[in-house]
Structures are given as structure tokens and as C-alpha cells.
Design a protein around this ligand. Structure first.
Ligand code: PEP
Length: 250
């Protein structure tokens, strides 16, 4: 079954020690007794097992922020998709711009990571997005098509794939594209997914980049926006939950 809408996912990035992470997970669990949509959180790798254990009786999905391209081996400091699953993860983010831009990850590597994730039984949250220079040069659609073509894993389904459109220039900046631009972009992504995958028209398409309680309702009301990937605002339970509620989630 495709993921229930809205799909609102929180990427905690490199934030939180054990006490903070468990307290935040506990505050979310208290609100999540009957979820009409899908709520997921992506703690740092060090907290994954503890948070997954803390939420083991909750419907909140817990995921990893990245995985390696290989199944196992001599890769000091890295974490495989199977290790994430073993720690209690049900999903993993791949292709986040802080890794594509910050660490030079290629579409080929993102594709390999997504493939490992599917093999490990994880849902893939595939991030794509243009830089500000690409946006200003009018290259957004071309960049997104190239990233999707190069990194979308084969065999993904609406149950195992979420695609997040995250303009790099909107992440953590307080800036977002206009509602019309998001609508146009998501319509193009929907067409691409429908042409590429069986069930592509049911894959959850999220917008990410400076989603806050005060803009979430307008963004998630856009056609083909099935939810949001939230960074900064996911570190506060009230803000994160207001975003979920703004998307119609109860
Ligand atoms: C992100 O990093 O995926 C993100 C959307 O961050 P923020 O919400 O802080 O812009």
C-alpha cells in the first residue's frame, strides 16, 4: 500500500545527544497514538537504535540519514543499509544535498546507495534539487531530470520509494520557491515518475527546504505535493507536529 498522506519526515541531521533525541522522540510519540498519515524521523546514526527502541510500539517510522554504496566491507566509519535495518530503521535518506554538494556524491553513488537500501528492505527517501546557480540559469528541470534518471533505484514501488524535491538554495535559508514554481516542478516530477516506474503516479513526492509551521499548509495544499521533508523545524516537537497537522495529518 502506498504511504498514507501526508508524509512528513524530519531530518535531524547532526543534532542531538542521547538525552535530547530520546526526549524529542518521546514528545512525538505522545502525539502519534492514531496517525492518519505518515510521520518519520531520521536521527543521527548514534541514536538510531535507541530511538527505534523507544518508538517500537509507535507508528512513527524511524530512518537513517545515509548509507554506504556497498553491502559490507573495508569502509572505515561508514554504515551499511543492512546495519541501519538491524538497528531498527525502516527507511533511509539518500542523495541529500549536504552530501551531493558538501561531499561530492554523484548520481551513480546515490543510485548504489538506494539499491543497497532496497536490498536491505528499507524505504528509500531520494532527495534531488538544483543549486541556486542552476536555478538562476533556468536549468532546474534539466538538473532534476538528470538526477532522477541517474539515481532512481530500479524496482522501486510506491511502498518503497519517496522522492523529495529540495532546492539546495532553500535548505536552511528561510527562502522557498513560489507556490507556482513548486507546483510546476512537482507536476514535471510526477510525469517523470509515472513514465519511469509502475505505480510512479502513487510515489509520495515531498517538498523540502525551509518548511515551517507558517508556510506548510500552503505548500502541502499544492497538487502533487504529498508532504514535506523538514530539517530545522523537525528539532522542535510542536513545530514538527504543526507542519504535519497543516498537511491534514491527525
Ligand atoms: C533538509 O535539510 O532536508 C531541509 C529541508 O532543511 P530545512 O527544513 O532546515 O530547510
Amino acid at each position: 500500500m502506498p504511504l498514507a498522506r501526508p508524509v512528513v519526515l524530519g531530518n535531524w541531521k547532526m543534532n542531538g545527544l542521547r538525552a535530547d533525541g530520546l526526549a524529542l522522540a518521546g514528545r512525538l510519540e505522545a502525539r502519534a497514538a492514531h496517525l492518519s498519515g505518515t510521520v518519520g524521523i531520521f536521527p543521527p546514526a548514534t541514536l538510531l537504535a535507541a530511538v527505534a527502541q523507544r518508538l517500537s510500539r509507535s507508528r512513527i517510522l524511524v530512518g537513517g540519514q545515509d548509507c554506504h554504496t556497498a553491502e559490507s566491507g573495508a569502509f572505515t566509519g561508514s554504515v551499511s543499509a543492512a546495519m541501519l535495518a538491524d538497528a531498527g530503521a525502516r527507511a533511509v535518506i539518500v542523495g541529500h544535498s549536504e552530501r551531493r554538494q558538501g561531499l561530492g556524491e554523484t548520481d551513480e553513488q546515490v543510485h548504489a546507495k538506494a539499491t543497497q537500501a532496497l536490498l536491505a528492505g528499507l524505504t528509500v527517501v531520494l532527495c534531488i534539487g538544483e543549486t541556486e546557480a542552476e536555478y538562476l540559469a533556468g536549468e532546474r528541470n534539466e538538473v532534476l531530470a538528470r538526477q532522477l534518471a541517474g539515481s532512481l533505484p530500479d524496482g522501486a514501488t510506491p511502498e518503497t520509494l519517496v522522492v523529495a524535491y529540495e532546492p539546495v538554495w532553500a535548505i536552511g535559508t528561510g527562502r522557498t520557491p513560489s507556490l507556482e514554481e513548486i507546483e510546476e516542478t512537482h507536476a514535471g516530477l510526477r510525469r517523470h515518475l509515472a513514465g519511469r516506474l509502475a505505480g510512479g503516479d502513487e510515489v509520495a513526492l515531498l517538498y523540502g527546504g525551509s518548511v515551517k509551521p507558517d508556510n506548510a499548509a500552503d505548500i502541502m495544499a499544492i497538487k502533487d505535493v504529498d508532504g514535506a521533508l523538514v530539517g530545522g523545524a523537525s528539532l522542535d516537537a510542536d513545530s514538527f507536529w504543526s507542519i504535519y497537522a497543516a498537511g491534514g495529518g491527525t
